[in-house]
Design a protein around this ligand. Structure first.
Ligand code: A2P
Length: 283
């Protein structure tokens, strides 16, 4: 990958720009609109939001404010958990499109799998929801469909019965939390892995070992983590609302992390999961 315009290719042939602009925890309204507009100005072409982030309006406003044509942008949103099931999913995509002010999204994701902790029939719920995602895809309201927070056992159950294979799985991924089983399963099955919290929601940035490695390239820890994801074949979604940091996070194409340093980063100690576990959540 050499620039923000470079792409991964989804299993339906659709190109997805190699770094996405994350918007989790970005407040709706001016902050979302300004930061999305700043990101597009800085060269990002891929914006990631979700119904539950409650900022789809601001994100849509930022997209409209930019002068880049809609076809040149890649926009993702996600189905929230309360909207699982066939009929609800069909309504939820319409609500998201309305909030975003768009006719279609490029990628629509099931945000979290239904799990056993909450539902005896969780596999059935996930399949029913997926069938609606397939209908959304067939209708053209989403140019690609996928999942988020699905582990191998969720994916296996879905893929066994799905008409269309998920095109992406968006999971927590960063130094200290590499989810190797899920990543290698996805790679074997032609599913692009997207990394949310590639900076560990910012918690990795003070890590001494990572700082030492980053300094060898004259780069920040944030840039190191983003580059690390790309070199692992994973698509990072760094979030920032600050124009300088937005630019900084895109300036990752003028260095290559050596194999030796990749190994060191893979083995950094003391860092671990920062988010919730898909089999444990109760919402
Ligand atoms: P801010 O939005 O104020 O820039 P992640 O992408 O792993 O979820 O991390 C996002 C967090 O890291 C946010 O708190 C964000 O704050 C912060 N952040 C993003 N980019 C940088 C950067 N280059 N340097 C320092 N902090 C950053």
């Amino acid at each position: 990958m050499n620039s923000l315009f470079d792409t991964f290719v989804l299993n339906n042939g659709l190109k997805i720009p190699c770094i996405g602009f994350g918007t989790w925890q970005t407040p709706n309204g001016k902050v979302a609109a300004d930061s999305v507009a700043a990101a597009i100005k800085a060269g990002y072409r891929h914006i990631d939001t979700a119904a539950v982030y409650a900022n789809e309006e601001g994100v849509g406003e930022g997209i409209r404010r930019s002068e880049v044509e809609r076809e040149k942008l890649f926009v993702t949103t996600k189905l929230w958990n309360k909207d699982r099931g066939y009929e609800n999913t069909l309504k939820a995509i319409d609500a998201s499109l309305l909030h975003l002010g768009l006719d279609y999204v490029d990628l629509y994701l099931i945000h979290w799998p239904a799990n056993k902790k909450q539902f005896l029939n969780c596999d059935e719920i996930n399949l029913d929801t997926w069938r609606a995602m397939e209908a959304v895809y067939d209708s053209g309201k989403a140019r690609a469909i996928g999942v988020s927070n699905f582990l191998v056992h969720h994916l296996e159950k879905l893929i066994g019965k799905a008409k269309i294979k998920p095109m992406t799985d968006q999971i927590e991924f960063h130094p200290g939390y590499l989810q190797e089983d899920t990543v290698s399963y996805c790679k074997r099955n032609g599913i692009i892995v997207e990394a949310y919290s590639p900076l560990g929601t910012g918690k990795l940035l003070g890590d001494r070992e990572l700082k030492k490695i980053a300094s060898r390239y004259d780069k920040s820890v944030a840039q190191l983590c983003i580059r690390f994801a790309l070199q692992k074949g994973v698509l990072p979604l760094p979030k920032s609302v600050n124009p300088d940091r937005i630019k900084e996070n895109a300036d990752v194409f003028d260095f290559i992390i050596s194999d030796e340093d990749m190994k060191l980063i893979e083995n950094v100690k003391k860092l671990s999961k920062v988010g919730c576990h898909p089999d444990e959540v109760t919402w």
